[in-house]
Ligand binder design. Structure first.
Ligand code: MN
Length: 227
């Protein structure tokens, strides 16, 4: 196929144990999926209807470097488990949802909180706060066939060695199979789609020079320098 303009490189993530890459199609992110985080954001801790926003596929960044973005003075860390799909469809039952998972990774949903807060106050969309360049640092995808289903265990983020966010995967309000089932009722899911599964309490600002260290028990860890 010929193109009339230069094509962009396909966004990909590394996969642990192979030099083959995981190609990214879409990025869905759930909001307020841990009760304690929902409370800290002024929401309520109940199991309300889930809501999602999206980042751009090329926002996922395995480089280990997070350039502090323009137009914000309050950029927050949100550590999240990333779920990578190898297949999809519509109307996927929760009981079959995990059959579509290729693997899992440790990711960060970096957020220009000041711009997101303005967007909320003015009832505008969130992209300006969420979907900016390199806004989703992400570690390598670990195939599910190696680790099974990570549905409990520590999820933590440290800044410069100090724990800031500490939670457990079993505190997710909407579990991974439920998120896949829900999304598949509204969108056609497909191979290459990834889901960022929400962050525990303790979100807060980062500064240039900080080192973020994220860990998810059974999945792996991720080290990212803020520059
Ligand atoms: Mn998030």
């Amino acid at each position: 196929m010929r193109f009339v303009i230069p094509t962009s490189p396909a966004p990909t993530l590394p996969v642990l144990g192979t030099d083959a890459r995981f190609p990214i199609r879409r990025v869905y992110c759930i909001g307020r999926n841990y009760a304690a985080h929902s409370i800290e954001m002024g929401g309520n801790p109940d199991r309300e209807t889930p809501f999602f926003f999206q980042k751009n596929p090329d926002n996922l960044d395995p480089s280990g470097v997070f350039p502090y973005p323009a137009k914000s003075s309050d950029v927050h860390h949100e550590v999240e488990m990333v779920v990578a799909l190898k297949s999809g469809g519509v109307g996927i039952p929760a009981a079959q949802a995990l059959d579509h998972v290729f693997g899992y990774a440790v990711g960060l949903d970096m957020t220009r909180r000041d711009l997101q807060s303005q967007a909320k106050e003015t009832r505008r969309p969130w992209e300006i706060g969420k979907a900016f360049e390199r806004s989703a640092p992400c570690g390598p995808i670990v195939p599910a066939e190696q680790i099974g289903r990570p549905d409990r265990g520590l999820i933590q983020l440290k800044i410069n060695g100090e724990a800031r966010q500490t939670g457990d995967l079993d505190q997710m309000i909407w579990k991974v199979p439920e998120m896949i089932a829900y999304l598949s009722d509204y969108f056609e899911l497909a191979a290459g789609d990834v889901i960022m599964s929400g962050t525990p309490a303790g979100v807060g600002p980062v500064h240039r020079g900080d080192v973020m260290e994220a860990v998810i028990e059974g999945v792996g860890d991720l080290r990212v320098a803020v520059v």
